[in-house]
Design a protein around this ligand. Structure first.
Ligand code: GUN
Length: 286
């Protein structure tokens, strides 16, 4: 049986570490880390995510605030708010929830957040730092993927890693982090030929394609470590809705370890956001 990597437990442990860091900063006379979340319009899923993020801040002692703006907010007003937050010494992390309404240029908005407060790690400066291995803030889900891998792998050097999916938010940053860890990295995508063959050589597979149960048992080398970033809601045989990942979980029990969906990568993302906020708060206070 493959080891089931317990994302919930690993996220809890990271939260405890983050809380201890917050307590240490406050005891040392530094400002308590502060995260601000901006939500424009009324998107059901975004509201749930924002509520979870705010609640998670409370648990570890991070100050949080929310800016809820109407869907017809002008781009100019949004940029003015971000400019104000960029200058606010109590705010160390700024997260502007996406998707934004169509009349707003998302790339421009994300670029307007100070790279030092960009706890999502989406700003081109942070993307550049990551791709050159020169620090900066690492996007939350890729950081979570690396922590989960680190829970079962001691030495990454020379391992064959296959990343399925080339998104800016997951695939590309994960590939950069694996390269920094000295893996040999192959990034595959929808036009990749012979994907099963490529996957079969991998010591590590990170599946982030958003394609339910794409990775079959026959694609997986015995002893490989599998991280499933996909999460899709489908109707099961019993007619009930269920969440499935990009990996056919029941078929990969010959792997060394695999993350479940739910309970794998998902819980790590918010824990990494909190860790990034503390990192930003420390860096901003010298
Ligand atoms: N929307 C869904 N996930 C995220 C995220 O991690 N960051 C931002 N800014 N928006 C999101």
């Amino acid at each position: 049986m493959a080891e089931k990597i317990d994302g919930r437990a690993i996220a809890r442990a990271l939260d405890e570490k983050t809380k201890a860091q917050v307590d240490e900063m406050v005891a040392a006379g530094m400002k308590r880390p502060g995260l601000t979340v901006i939500l424009v319009g009324e998107d059901g899923a975004s509201e749930v995510y924002v509520r979870r993020k705010i609640k998670a801040c409370e648990k570890v002692g991070i100050n949080s605030s929310e800016h809820r703006l109407p869907a017809d907010t002008s781009q100019e007003d949004l940029l003015a708010l971000i400019e104000k937050l960029n200058k606010d010494p109590e705010v160390h992390g700024i997260l502007c929830q996406v998707p934004l309404p169509d009349h707003i240029d998302t790339r421009l908005v994300l670029r307007s957040i100070s790279p030092d407060k960009d706890v999502d790690g989406f700003h081109p400066v942070n993307v550049g730092r990551l791709s050159t291995g020169t620090g900066g803030i690492v996007p939350c889900t890729p950081l979570g993927v690396m922590i989960l891998l680190g829970s079962v792998i001691d030495d990454f050097k020379g391992l064959d890693a296959v990343v399925i999916g080339k998104s800016n938010i997951v695939g590309k940053p994960v590939a950069n982090l694996l390269l920094d860890a000295e893996c040999t990295v192959t990034v595959t995508h929808i036009y990749t030929e012979n994907l099963p063959e490529i996957a079969r050589k991998a010591d590590i597979i990170v599946a982030a394609a958003g394609a339910p149960e794409l990775v079959k048992g026959s694609w997986v080398k015995p002893g490989a470590v599998l991280i499933d970033v996909g999460i899709t809601r489908i109707k099961g045989e019993d007619g009930k809705e269920k969440l499935v990942g990009d990996i056919a979980f029941d078929e990969v029990q010959h792997a060394k370890a695999v993350t479940p969906v739910p309970g794998g990568v998902g819980p790590m993302t918010i824990a990494c956001l909190l860790a990034n906020t503390v990192q930003a708060a420390r860096a901003l206070q010298g």
